[in-house]
Design a binder for this molecule. Structure first.
Ligand SMILES: Cc1cc2nc3c(=O)[nH]c(=O)nc-3n(C[C@H](O)[C@H](O)[C@H](O)COP(=O)(O)O)c2cc1C
Length: 193
């Protein structure tokens, strides 16, 4: 018997993850749509790939399965309201893109993936689906990047259900510490077989 541990939403342990907020755009059976996905991360440099984990039944998941295309916008620190709209209403019941426009957020049509894309994000990528992997209660959609752009806007960080501005850097090792680390690492170098 396999014994596993759940990591549910709102749990003290899941609250220790720091993520960005992906604004995932799509078009398909549920029409043009946007959702928020904190489980959005880069998966490969070359070719550029991005992985997004989405609940199997979300409108966005259905759109991506149907069209094999999606957009990723890394939400900026000024887009927490947009993330909240995208993340708290479903495209099955709501036209979130016109609603977001009414709230002052801007969109354009992605030329490569032919999906709506969010303006003023920290970075944007238009993706072609290369793999969909069912993992527990989510599907990880892995997209190859067809086009990517960047702005001066800083990404928002997400932690424990809160949107945070990136702040002070944590201390890196000093040169003296690096020398010490190097000496210790040399003592622990593996002997070649
Ligand atoms: C900040 C934030 C992050 C979220 N991250 C995810 C996520 O990574 N994966 C997921 O499936 N849902 C996530 N959600 C919930 C979805 O965005 C939400 O269920 C949304 O209504 C789905 O929209 P859709 O049905 O139109 O696709 C998040 C919500 C918020 C507010």
């Amino acid at each position: 018997m396999v014994i596993y541990t759940e990591l549910p939403w709102g749990d003290k342990r899941t609250a220790k993850f720091v993520t960005n907020v992906g604004l995932i755009t799509s078009d398909g059976p549920n029409g043009p749509n946007i959702m928020a996905a904190e489980w959005t991360h880069q998966a490969s440099y070359s070719p550029g790939m991005i992985a997004v984990s989405i609940g199997h039944e979300k409108a966005t998941a259905e759109n991506i399965r149907a069209t094999k295309r999606f957009g990723v916008g890394i939400a900026s620190a000024k887009q927490a309201v947009l993330a909240s709209v995208a993340g708290n209403y479903s495209g099955r019941q709501y036209d979130k893109i016109p609603a977001s426009k009414a709230l002052g957020f801007r969109f354009y049509r992605g030329r490569k993936a032919k999906v709506p894309m969010v303006k003023d994000t920290a970075m944007n990528a238009e993706c072609r689906l290369v793999k969909a992997i069912r993992l527990g209660d989510h599907t990880m959609f892995v997209g190859e990047v067809l086009a990517a752009s960047v702005s001066e806007n800083k990404p928002v960080a997400y932690n424990g259900g809160r949107y945070m501005q990136l702040g002070r850097s944590a201390r890196k090792p000093s040169n003296k510490e690096r020398e010490k680390i190097k000496r210790i690492m040399e003592k622990h170098r593996k002997v070649a077989a």
